[in-house]
Ligand binder design. Sequence first.
Ligand SMILES: NC(=O)c1ccc[n+]([C@@H]2O[C@H](COP(=O)([O-])OP(=O)(O)OC[C@H]3O[C@@H](n4cnc5c(N)ncnc54)[C@H](O)[C@@H]3O)[C@@H](O)[C@H]2O)c1
Length: 341
Amino acid sequence: MKIVILGGCGFIGSNIAIFLKKKLKNAKITSVDNFSRKGSRINYKRLVKNKINNINKDISKTNSLKKLGKVNIFIDCCSDPAIENSKKNMDDVIKNNFLTTLNTLNHSLKYNSSIIYLSTSRVYSIKKINNFVSKNKYKNKFNLRKEISENFNTSDIRSIYGLTKLFSEELIKEYSYLFNISYIINRCGVISGPWQFGKQEQGLFSFWMKNHIQKKKIKYIGYGGYGNQVRDVLHIDDLNELIYLQIKKIKKIKNITINVGGGIMNKISLIGLTKICEEITKNICKKEKIKETSNYDIPYYVSCIKKVKKIYRWKPKKNINQIMKDIYFWMIKNKKILKGF
Ligand SMILES: NC(=O)c1ccc[n+]([C@@H]2O[C@H](COP(=O)([O-])OP(=O)(O)OC[C@H]3O[C@@H](n4cnc5c(N)ncnc54)[C@H](O)[C@@H]3O)[C@@H](O)[C@H]2O)c1
């Protein structure tokens, strides 16, 4: 079986590639990545150590995948995933997030490849999320117990980033309908864990931990600057396990769209996250309140993971404390790497 990880030198792609290499002894695992994101070359070295080949190609270019020949399964982790960036560099975001999917699909129809697509919770409407949060009676959003399911509204504004991911989802479904391509769309919430470098623009949980380790000032940005925003988080190891199950069952379970995240058990506010980081690092950072809210921010997101749990008999094993400890120990071991971010 030939499995190709697109964006295999990114945070998620590299972790999945290495995990599958160890788990699926008879499969050939290959990555395609053009190192366009900071940190990709560091992950490339990890692939080399694990004897995984990377093909350095820009997947947004037509025929960039031609040399791969027959592929059984594509795992599409390739994108420009920074939401705020998508306000400024629209052309690049559309190229890297959407044209890459188009080219993957065109290759897939020649060889009847299946696609496991890493989508995002950001396909859901910003306005609709804001509406239900502002209606809730709790002052502190942390007490809200709402989970967002796959049926939530996707037809309003959701950021250029979210739009490109939704475009890709829809294109995958059209190709599946026309050419019988099997797909799984995973709408991921926040994923975190070792080898996420704590970049400001993407990867909140590692960014928070890195700031605590480096004793930098932390900023509560938006919604009055109180740090009440809430997210759920999933450990990369739990995602790896799920992708493995999806590969194993691809013939039986296919053509589905599912939310993938830590769920209600793994939700936390920014203030809560600060407390955990302080407990683990024993460092207390200066705090700054920035009242102004980005028009791409949302006050709350918690994935409803009932569907994925039921279909795959899978559930997240690592809670927030374990996730943050794993990130901490990895960062302490790799302080040199982090200096560059
Ligand atoms: N990390 C998260 O919390 C999260 C949450 C939801 C969804 N996702 C989705 O998961 C996927 C992976 O995210 P990540 O955090 O690993 O991102 P990442 O930035 O770490 O990895 C993306 C990789 O894609 C490569 N890439 C981008 N454009 C390319 C192109 N045109 N040709 C070849 N390679 C290209 C980059 O070099 C990079 O190595 C993305 O599709 C993202 O939308 C991630």
